[in-house]
Structures are given as C-alpha cells and as structure tokens.
Design a protein around this ligand. Structure first.
Ligand code: EPU
Length: 357
C-alpha cells in the first residue's frame, strides 16, 4: 500500500483542476485493501474512491482518504457458443481495454472507444456512446465492501444501471431513510470495484443506430462494417466533436440529457421548432441538453478559466493551464448560470453528470 500525504490531484482529474488530497492511497491489489482496513487511522477514515478522474469536479482539497484504484490485469475468462467473457482490472485504462479486446478478436466494445477513464469507473457511470451503454455488454463485477472487508460479486440487475447511473452513485441507505430508498441500495463510498467482466455476444453484430455512424457507413459504401471500422469512425467522430482532455481539460458531457413528457415537448416545439428530441421506448421524450444550452447562446462563454466548449455546448472546459487552471468553483458557477438560463427559457432543470466533490 503506497500512501502519499498532501498529494496533488491535478494529474488525476481530467478537468485539470488544482486540488490536493490530504492522504492518497494507491490501491493495486486485494492485499492493499486489507492493509488499508487494518491501518488504525486510515482504516477508520472516510474515503473517496477515484478511478480515472474523468467524471469528477473537485471543488476544493479532498479531506476523505483518496483511494486511487490501480488494479491491473486483463484476461479472457470464458468463451462459449454465445459470448466471450472478458475480465479487466478496475485500474486498466478504458480505451486501451477496448482496443485490446478488438486486437484479440473479441469485438463488442467498439462503440465505446475513446471514452476517458478507467474500467472500474465504467459501471459507476454506466458509460454510453453511439448507441451502446456499458450495461449492454456487462456480465458482472467484483468489489470489496470497505466497511466489512468482504468481497462480493454483482450482476447487472444488482448494479441497478440507469442512464449514466448505477447503485455506485447513490449514498448507502441510512436507517432513517429506509422509506425513501430500496433496502440495500446505494454503495457510493462503500464499495471499491476491483474487476469488471464484459459479455461480448456472438455472433457479433454492428451497432449503427447512431445517425453519424450510419452516415459514415453510407459514405464509405459499407453495408456490413467491421468492428475495427466502427472503432475508427467512433474515434474520428469523438475527435471532431469532443475536446481531448490531454489538450483541453474537461469531464465529457457536463449535464445529462433530460427527459420530458410528450406534452412538455410539444409545448417547447411550439416555441422552438428546431429542438433536438428523441422518443424513448417508455413514451417519454429525451431532449439534447447540448442543443438547449447552445440555444441559450452559451457556446464560448466563460467564468474565470471555465468555458463552454465552442464545438459542443454540453462540454465545459478548462481554459487555464498548470497553476492557473480552472477552479471547481468557477466550473460550478458557470454550470449554475447555464442551469438557470435553460430553466428560465425552457422550464427544464439540467442535472449535472459528473460527481461534484
Ligand atoms: N447539439 C447542438 N449544439 C450543441 C451540442 C449538441 O445543437 O452545442 C445537438 C447536436 O447537433 C445533436 C444533438 O444535440 O443533434 C445531440 O448531440 P450529440 O450527438 O453530440 O450527443 P449528446 O446528446 O450531446 C450524448 C452523450 C455523450 C455521447 C454522445 C454520443 C450524454 C449526456 N452525452 O451526447 O456522452 O458521447 O451522446 O452517443 O448522454 C459523456 O457522457 O460524457 C458523453 C460525452
């Protein structure tokens, strides 16, 4: 177990926000978790589990012990007639893992290429892009209950996946809250994910449901693209639209796409006929948050070093560098101003996607 005091978190959050951890512990194995729990001070302290730091806004120095998950390892667990089951350590970089599965001849994760972050963070957020969500390729995961030290395995149902949501984003149910939360729900700050297993179905089928992928396939004159082609197209689309965190700090989409009733949508269409919207299977309508923010004129606007990305209004970026980087306060001030203006114009409350610490 490697313990660092007063550690800079700037390299460990993709926004590049300047913040420090009073204590940072690198977790590379189950033995590290056991050592952490056995430590008389660290074992009792509140903790914050950090993956790739690609979905977090740090609003100040972090007092809870920061557990930086660096568990590595990738392997094929099983190949059946219907699927490849592939396992990866929670600390493996997500994109490298996608590329590795393809290189091994196990397709299925290609639509999720180039998403920043780690394997362990993928189920927390139920990452999704270009017609595929993690839950569509998920088998199970292993985690450790930090309160008891017990290891456990969860299947997809137990992870309670939703749109950019899972059991890992909700606080553990308190005795007094039993009426509000289903019993046992909520593992935030309690579970440390160690390994994730993916179920990559056979025979592989291309997922071209997203309009830009369909367009690329048509342009290339390919009816049945390979997984590698989809991977390449997804990388190209992302590079064209989304800032590379290594160049311009950001945390991906800053807000979730909101859903409304058909009546609410009709009301908005009457005023703004161009609004981008999609019908969901449950009858509700999903609105493109990026369009709503764009329509309110936010592209390029700034608060201090926080800015709305010029090419995608749903992404907030860090225009500063090094010590002059954006602060979490600037990001949240900009985010709140955007929420207010979207609410005033459309009556819709945008919900932030990243975890605010
Ligand atoms: N739009 C605008 N102006 C903008 C931004 C978007 O008019 O400034 C319009 C676009 O023209 C498009 C629509 O809004 O018609 C949707 O935009 P886009 O296709 O870029 O997708 P998104 O809904 O903004 C979501 C995910 C992304 C994911 C893409 C592709 C969320 C919150 N975001 O973005 O995920 O990559 O779809 O599947 O669901 C992330 O979660 O961090 C993320 C990047």
């Amino acid at each position: 177990m490697l313990v660092e005091k007063n550690a800079s978190l700037q390299p460990y959050n993709t926004f590049g926000i300047v913040a420090r951890a009073e204590t940072l512990v690198r977790v590379r194995s189950h033995a590290d978790i056991a050592a952490l729990r056995a430590d008389p001070v660290l074992g009792q302290a509140p903790v914050f589990v950090l993956g790739g730091g690609s979905n977090v806004v740090l609003t100040g120095d972090v007092k809870p012990v920061v557990l930086k998950v660096e568990i590595r390892g990738r392997r094929l667990v099983e190949e059946t007639e219907h699927a490849w089951i592939v396992e990866a350590g929670a600390g493996e970089p997500w994109h490298d893992t996608v590329a590795w599965t393809l290189a091994q001849g196990w397709p299925g994760l290609e639509n999720l290429a180039l998403i920043p972050g780690t394997v362990g963070a993928a189920p927390v957020q139920n990452i999704g892009a270009y017609g595929v969500e993690l839950q569509d390729r998920f088998d199970s995961l292993d985690a450790v209950d930090l309160a008891t030290g017990q290891g456990f395995t969860l299947d997809a149902a137990q992870c309670a996946f939703g749109y950019r949501d899972s059991v890992f984003k909700h606080a553990p149910a308190q005795a007094g809250e039993a009426g509000r939360l289903p019993r046992g729900m909520g593992l935030a700050g309690r579970a440390l994910i160690t390994q994730v297993r993916f179920r990559l179905p056979k025979p592989w089928k291309p997922e071209l449901g997203y309009v830009e992928l369909e367009r690329r396939a048509a342009e290339a004159g390919v009816a049945q693209p390979t997984a590698q082609q989809i991977f390449d197209w997804v990388c190209a689309i992302r590079r064209a639209k989304l800032p590379d965190p290594a160049v311009l700090g950001n945390a991906g989409s800053f807000f979730k796409n909101p859903t409304v009733t058909p009546e609410q949508c009709a009301d908005i269409i009457a005023r703004d006929p161009k609004i981008v919207h999609y019908a969901l299977p449950d009858g509700r309508i999903k609105l493109a948050a990026g369009w709503l923010i764009d329509a309110c004129g936010w592209k390029g606007k700034t608060v201090g070093q926080a800015a709305v990305y010029e090419k995608q209004a749903l992404v907030l970026v860090n225009r500063g560098r090094g010590e002059s980087s954006v602060t979490g306060g600037e990001v949240m001030t900009l985010a709140k101003a955007i929420q207010t203006s979207v609410y005033e114009r459309f009556g819709i409350r945008l919900e932030p996607e990243p975890v605010v610490v």
